[in-house]
Design a protein around this ligand. Sequence first.
Ligand SMILES: Cc1cc2nc3c(=O)[nH]c(=O)nc-3n(C[C@H](O)[C@H](O)[C@H](O)COP(=O)(O)OP(=O)(O)OC[C@H]3O[C@@H](n4cnc5c(N)ncnc54)[C@H](O)[C@@H]3O)c2cc1C
Length: 303
Amino acid sequence: MLRPVLLALASSRWLKSMMVRFPLARRVARRFVAGEGLEDALNAVRSLRAEDLMVTLDFLGENADTLEGAEESATQYLEVVQAIASAGLDSHISLKLTALGLDHGQEVCGAHLERILTAASRHNIFVRIDMEGSDYTEATMQIFEKVRSRHENVGVVLQSYLHRTRADVARANDIQGRVRLCKGAYHESPLIAYQDRSKVSENFVTLMKDLLSHGTYPAIATHDEQMIKATIQYAREHNIDPASFEFQMLYGIRRERQIQLRREGYNVRVYVPFGSQWYPYFMRRLAERPANLVFFLTALFKG
Ligand SMILES: Cc1cc2nc3c(=O)[nH]c(=O)nc-3n(C[C@H](O)[C@H](O)[C@H](O)COP(=O)(O)OP(=O)(O)OC[C@H]3O[C@@H](n4cnc5c(N)ncnc54)[C@H](O)[C@@H]3O)c2cc1C
């Protein structure tokens, strides 16, 4: 009930402009966001690496409304690539195609992505294309397929709540495309997406098995203990080397479990968002878990 409301509020410009100016809200958001500046992000990478956790950095941008906006986002991602390399850090980056101008067509967006991939490959940095709402799924897959034919250092995200994802996993596997599997964070219609959580999880397990058996170094991105256990069990039963896949979790969520999985010998990567445009990301995290909303409201009232 609450989830669609919070997801709708994630795109409210009014609430966003209120929240980002409100110091207390910014402080609470820090639970899920490493900070607003690049140096905050690099510090987060350093402390996670010290715990033997791997990292992917997500610069939180907005849908580029203009071509100039897309150009600006591309420049910012290039700066992130350069900063990781200059600091001698080991980190992936995650990006959103709408920030690179997907709303202005695949050509504009594809050209920016090409530039970023070329720069990233010079420094051995892997680039993950996050998956957004279903209006963008097919275009994202098409762009991924195109750039994958020229670049090794690129992967995509697929969402188990969408009916189409089984076919998309097959498409990715066909081109040895690296997939991050997640449940999906947007509000989607019952015509195209499972609404029932148990169906989303059931499909997640089916897709996880397909990726572990036939995929290329898949990333299993979840905090759900049942999904984690199903992955470990499937890998054990099928003699799948733990080095051939990784778990991924979000910054600030289930930290102890991240460390414990690493100690058990699994590769674990933490998704670290940073930047001033943290509002929609933060709202999606609130929508995932009512307890987070309670945490947020309590912190606000405590002031
Ligand atoms: C590394 C990573 C990258 C992602 N990239 C994308 C993407 O590109 N596109 C996309 O649509 N979605 C993305 N997501 C989000 C994903 O789709 C889900 O919305 C999110 O991970 C919650 O699903 P879950 O599998 O953790 O299970 P859920 O069923 O939501 O949660 C299971 C349990 O995990 C814990 N938990 C889950 N979420 C939270 C939280 N916010 N705070 C505290 N505890 C929590 C709780 O104990 C909960 O009971 C990503 C997730 C991860 C981990």
